[in-house]
Design a protein around this ligand. Sequence first.
Ligand SMILES: *Cc1c(COP(=O)(O)O)cnc(C)c1O
Length: 365
Amino acid sequence: MISIPMARPIITEDEIRAVEEVLKSGMLAQGRVVEQFEEAFAEYIGARSAVSVCNGTIALCAALKSLGIKQGDEVITTPFTFIATANSILHQGARPLFADVDERTFNINPDDVLEKVTSRTKAILGVHLFGHPFDVQSIREICKDHNLHLIEDCAQAHGAKYSGKRVGCSGVGCFSFYPTKNMTTGEGGMITTSSDEIAEACRLLRNHGDSGKYFHTSLGFNYRMTNIQAAIGVEQLRKLDGFNEKRIKNAEYLNKHLMKAEGLITPYKDERVEHVYHQYVLKVEDDFPMSRDILMNRLQEKGVGCAIHYPLPIFKQPLYQQLGYDDAGCPVASELANKVLSLPVHPALTEDDLRYIVEVVGDMA
Ligand SMILES: *Cc1c(COP(=O)(O)O)cnc(C)c1O
């Protein structure tokens, strides 16, 4: 019985040895290994500082909070993302405003962002969805013109580039190291910034506002990463480019073999970007021989893992309906939610896995 999962982290003796060293050192919580991971990550991204935290959701919350986002403020974001993106805005008491997405890249559409800016807008929170960077240049220009902060949700795009620069170095970058992401620490998150002020604000938030030994200057929390997680992160970061190359090769193989199937649209890639294929997302159009949901069931019956990222735009989630959001204003996101289907693309796939995926999808086409 064949069973190909949607994601599988690659953990080798390297990570096991690194964790063993930390365990034997007795320094289990935030310490020198965390610092080492932060320095390596900042250098990799091309940002002055990297501040680690306990997960990606907290990275977003800390970034927004450190920028002063608060009750009464509005933050423009995409409705086509994992719910953590928008929830991090709600957690500040602020209001997410949803701008529609581009039908090819699935990313926030700068033209619609401009339509949604009001006098209460304080920031734009863009998501580099599925590993494809959003239009950083246009979004940055809007931020400049309207005096808005830029936050990049990079949870799905470690190592991706826009115009030759890695994502997470244009605004305040927020990363997740959950096991399904392009690199992992089990749970974990990182904020990248070239502002010393924001880095320091995030460090204070992370550790009960402690600016010296038991000298608390502001209200903070415990958002710390442990040396155990960081030890895994240091090893994973070394391998990240290799993981991403494998994802790109896998995506190119799937593209080559699925491109001609009628009713299937393979992922788009803008010329300016380096796409790291966190997910490989097809659009299943009306002229495909069966519905998207039936196709998904058939693939799963044959052991090909697949998923819908995401079945609902965020404004249609029950929580957001309760908050009074209506469905108007983002027709592209609503349509995409009915069409998208993700196939496995992770670096642990074998050639046999890839051949089998193409064969099974081909049989349905
Ligand atoms: C995974 C993810 C997050 C949240 O990260 P966690 O580490 O799971 O808290 C936020 N935004 C996006 C787009 C994600 O994919």
